[in-house]
Design a protein around this ligand. Structure first.
Ligand SMILES: Nc1ncnc2c1ncn2[C@@H]1O[C@H](COP(=O)(O)OP(=O)(O)O)[C@@H](O)[C@H]1O
Ligand SMILES: [Mg+2]
Length: 416
């Protein structure tokens, strides 16, 4: 089955199976600004991949539980379900501006809900999560292991005299649910993103569910009513999601960002350094190539901006021996303060600038810690909160060279 590839409202090419791989070819007359990947400029010759999907089409492939569910559902219906089959379902509604449709399908509106608030107030019971998956899962082209769906909320409707019709304003979210194996994951991410913001990173806007077990992350891949180009660092390195842990911070992150940033290089490298230091301080061992990305409108001329920080979690609170997702200086071990400071050279920053960023990150962790612990206590997961706090403390002392943060509960525990 041939698939049609669109960029926003324009059809730009076709995708087909090719042996055990895939082949993509642009239509005639496609604007260079509408390239589907920064690695795939518009040209006459096809783009071929010997096995599986071309990296750009692998970007939003679901993983984990969501992938298992989809596989089961599609195999039941069609008798087979490989990555190409899955793309033919999830490609209609995915992150970024590229859409993949079956022949004859038009780009269509995504499933929408009246209010994200209602979803956030619901208790994320197994039945509720299953129901959300049944309704929205099959049509959610979003990667990652945490159970999640894409939702569109109707914010307001009003009569637009210019267009002579009723316009509905919408807001897009990625809705994430706690996974059984990782208690407090939503709360953990919520507070990590809070630290990231306090530390001066641009971050995705996010809202915690009333029961602390759901997280709604507002999508940043929208641009005045249409989608902006979104390409993660796996795709920019021409790697698929299976290779997301195989990059180096030096090459796959800094050098690649520099390479694809045109005149925004300095700004993007600066922001990337801040994001990396934040993840090190928070002991986020999942800062792999799919958790950094570039946003753009015009694929040829840019501007290319580093996407806001997303998916920051203190993973070490669950996996005591967790290390970094990408190597630095040939090792995945958490770096010492000197190495963190020296890393700044890759970002074209002076050592003074690096010191300022490091101390801003450290100060943010310190400021955010009490409220984080309180929140875990409120949702009856204090024990997890204390583990997160211990990780943050390890991060700021061992990697940022700061004094330890003395948090109340640590003192309480010592005295009891
Ligand atoms: N705020 C956002 N706006 C747009 N896309 C996002 C946003 N946050 C995450 N994504 C995309 O969704 C994918 C999955 O989200 P992520 O938060 O990384 O989930 P997981 O914890 O399962 O890895 C990311 O790899 C990225 O492609
Ligand atoms: Mg992720």
């Amino acid at each position: 089955m041939t698939l049609q590839v669109w960029v926003n409202d324009s059809k730009v090419g076709t995708l087909d199976r090719h042996g055990s791989g895939t082949t993509f070819v642009y239509d005639q007359g496609v604007q260079p600004s509408n390239a589907i990947s920064l690695n795939m400029p518009v040209r006459t010759a096809s783009y071929d991949h010997p096995y599986g999907l071309l990296p750009v089409f692998d970007t939003n492939m679901p993983e984990g539980l969501l992938l298992d569910n989809l596989r089961r559902e599609l195999s039941k219906a069609y008798g087979h379900a490989d990555a190409y089959d899955i793309l033919s379902e999830t490609g209609k509604n995915q992150i970024g501006r590229v859409r993949v449709l079956k022949a004859g399908e038009e780009p269509q509106r995504k499933p929408s809900i009246r209010s994200i608030q209602e979803v956030l107030e619901a208790e994320a019971t197994e039945a509720f999560v299953t129901d959300m998956f049944r309704k929205y899962g099959l049509r959610s082209g979003v990667s990652g292991a945490m159970p999640k769906v894409l939702l569109e909320e109707e914010v307001d409707s009003f009569f637009d005299p210019e267009k002579q019709r009723i316009t509905i304003e919408t807001q897009d979210y990625i809705l994430k649910f706690d996974a059984a194996d990782y208690p407090g994951l939503s709360l953990n991410e919520y507070h990590c993103l809070k630290v990231a913001r306090l530390a001066g990173n641009k971050t995705a806007e996010c809202y915690l569910g009333k029961h602390g077990r759901t997280l709604a992350v507002q999508r940043f891949d929208n641009l005045d009513g249409h989608r902006s180009g979104f390409e993660d660092l796996a795709s920019l390195n021409a790697m698929t999601s299976e290779e997301k842990y195989s990059g180096t911070i030096e090459k796959a992150l800094f050098a690649t960002i520099k390479n694809f940033s045109a005149e925004n290089a300095k700004q993007n490298l600066n922001e990337l350094y801040r994001q990396i230091v934040t993840s090190i301080a928070l002991r986020n061992g999942d800062a792999h190539l799919k958790n950094y990305a570039v946003l753009f409108d015009d694929a040829e001329k840019g501007p290319f901006t580093l996407a806001p920080a997303y998916d920051i979690v203190t993973t070490k609170a669950y996996i005591a021996s967790d290390m970094m997702a990408a190597t630095y200086g040939g090792s995945k071990r958490w770096p010492k303060p000197k190495a963190v400071e020296q890393m700044a050279i890759r970002a074209m920053l002076t050592s003074q600038q690096a010191k300022a960023i490091i101390s801003e990150v450290g100060a943010a962790v310190k400021e955010a810690m009490p409220a984080m612990i309180e929140d875990f206590k409120r949702f009856e997961m204090l024990e997890v909160g204390l583990r997160v706090a211990a990780c943050w403390n390890e991060g700021v002392t061992e990697s940022l060279g700061m004094d330890p943060i003395d948090f109340d509960y640590m003192t309480d525990e010592r005295s009891s």
